[in-house]
Design a protein around this ligand. Structure first.
Ligand SMILES: *Cc1c(COP(=O)(O)O)cnc(C)c1O
Length: 396
């Protein structure tokens, strides 16, 4: 056994505080408001620590107000929220779930774990989100062949909402449920509505790198009270009310801790400010880089206002003189973290046998895309370091 002092020495050394010109610049670190510590202390003092009591409920109410959803369930992660979405829709073996290939694996992994088969659809170049025209064609054909999916997952990407105003009515016409993976969408709008609104169920994430963090956590939202009530029961081991715990099915331990909910409650009022800052960061990258040959930026879709959760750009190696991975390595050598855009799921070894519809747009994005440091706490000096490093790479 390690003594606490020995264990303490195993922990990484704290990075030196700013200002340090050579300090590493991270992709999207948490941006504290200054109110988190008091919120956690108040939570501790109240005796409410577990995923129960007034603090998670207050966080759910605040998120309902923010997103316009009637019912919200706070959970341990965005992935937990998606798991519950698939469970309450009773997705399982024999079902197909459709999802854009250009996303993080958590958009579909829980459905696969429940036994469903994924089908990957391409995204459109104008938004990098699920292509509604392709979806319409595929739904028409699947209906004719009697192989409609049980659900379609629309995904918000890098703070840009999917075209739910088209996707939701389209799927409703075939009786297909729409789940919105809005883990990256909080704070963005589509057709004047909050991210996810219009889907039957929407999942949000409060992971450390998201626009609002609780240090970990997620939420499932819906306008359907029954679905959220079912999800709430599943998130707490599917107990039916009886002193001895009665179970008609098996559930999960997915509750949102009061301590994390307290952090989320402190963060949430800053959402509009965080969106404004991330949009300003995106605009500064655009201004500082778009004259370079071979550089272009993620377009903003006509139907919404993006949060620009991550600033993403495309690098054409012919024009620029270096490919996206070369730029990523140049930045890394300067202590600047950048990341390739999502590797299409149909290219992932785990899904090599899954059917896919198109995919060349997602593949082209992956070949050229790079996400730049986008944290809402990123200072202008640090951002200029990033811009200078990319400009130097262009000359080199
Ligand atoms: C972050 C993210 C998730 C998962 O959220 P966690 O809270 O990390 O479980 C799901 N989907 C997308 C698109 C994400 O970016």
């Amino acid at each position: 056994m390690l003594s606490p002092a020995q264990a303490g020495r195993l922990l990484p050394k704290r990075p030196r505080p700013a200002p340090d010109l050579a300090a590493p610049i991270l992709l999207s670190p948490p941006h504290l408001t200054g109110r988190e510590k008091a919120a956690v202390e108040a939570s501790l003092a109240s005796g409410w620590l577990a995923p129960a009591g007034p603090i998670p409920r207050a966080f759910e109410a605040a998120l309902a107000k923010e997103t316009g959803f009637a019912h919200v369930l706070g959970v341990a992660s965005g992935t937990a929220a998606l798991t519950l979405a698939f469970r309450v829709l009773e997705i399982g073996p024999g079902d197909e779930v459709w999802v854009p290939g250009f996303t993080f694996i958590a958009s579909i992994a829980p459905a696969v774990q429940l036994g469903a088969r994924p089908r990957f659809l391409d995204v459109c170049p104008a938004s990098w989100t699920l292509d509604p025209a392709l979806l319409a064609m595929e739904l028409r054909q699947a209906a004719r062949q009697g192989r409609l999916p049980k659900a379609v997952v629309a995904v918000d990407i890098y703070g840009q909402c999917a075209a739910l105003h088209e996707i939701a009515p389209l799927c409703a016409g075939y009786g297909v449920a729409v789940i919105s993976d809005s883990a990256e969408g909080l704070g963005a709008t589509q057709a004047g509505l909050s991210a996810g609104k219009g889907a039957l169920l929407a999942a949000f994430s409060f992971n450390g790198n998201k626009i609002i963090t609780a240090g970990g956590g997620g939420a499932l939202a819906s306008d359907d009270a029954l679905l959220i009530a079912r999800a709430r029961a599943l998130a707490d081991q599917a107990k039916t009310p009886a002193p001895h715990y009665q179970h008609e099915t098996t559930g999960y331990s997915f509750g949102l801790s009061s301590l994390l909910a307290a952090v989320g409650l402190a963060q949430l009022p800053k959402l509009a400010d965080r969106v404004a800052r991330r949009r300003a960061i995106f605009a500064r990258y655009q201004e500082g880089l778009e004259d370079l040959p071979g550089i272009s930026f993620m377009p903003e879709a006509a139907w919404g206002r993006a949060s620009r959760w991550l600033s993403a750009m495309l690098i054409d190696p012919e024009g620029f003189g270096m490919d996206a991975d070369g730029v990523r390595r140049v930045l890394a050598a300067e202590g600047i973290e950048s990341r390739p855009v999502w590797k299409p799921l149909h290219m992932q070894p785990v899904f090599c046998d899954a059917p896919r519809i198109g995919g060349s747009v997602a593949e082209a994005l992956f070949a050229r895309g790079l996400c730049l440091p986008s944290g809402s706490g990123l200072g202008q000096d640090a951002q200029h370091r990033v811009i200078r490093a990319i400009r130097a790479a262009a000359r080199g």
